[in-house]
Design a protein around this ligand. Structure first.
Ligand SMILES: [Zn+2]
Length: 124
């Protein structure tokens, strides 16, 4: 084994509180999910960078859950300022009120004791 695979590298970053994206050195495209080759130009010269944390809700869903199990929660796809999209969850905000196009700030939190990409409404 020489290097960690791209998924493991991403997870390892999350566990340290960092959200990282790959960026292709050949064509400049931001790449997510983590992978070995650029989906745009098939180049393999991918570089890791930490994200700005700025994004916008791209799709949003409310997952219904009984109050005694924690209540309803949001699941969304966030488009990052860098151009890639990630699955996330808007926290600290009524799930039904999360709207497409809403500005959010991404951060690393826990879902069921596992580091995960979460977001909250961006400060205005
Ligand atoms: Zn590329």
């Amino acid at each position: 084994m020489s290097q960690m695979g791209p998924d493991a590298t991403f997870r390892e970053g999350l566990e340290r509180g960092e959200i990282r994206l790959q960026k292709c050195r050949s064509c400049g495209q931001s790449v997510f999910f983590p992978r070995v080759a650029c989906p745009n130009c098939h180049g393999i010269d991918l570089d890791w960078q930490q994200v700005s944390g700025k994004g916008e809700v791209y799709t949003t869903t409310t997952v219904r859950r009984k109050p005694e199990r924690g209540g309803d929660y949001n699941v969304c796809m966030v488009e990052l300022a860098e151009g890639a999209r990630m699955m996330s969850r808007v926290t600290g905000f009524a799930p039904d009120l999360v709207a497409i196009g809403m500005a959010v700030t991404l951060f690393v939190g826990d879902i069921d004791d596992t580091a995960a990409v979460l977001c909250k409404p961006a400060e205005v």
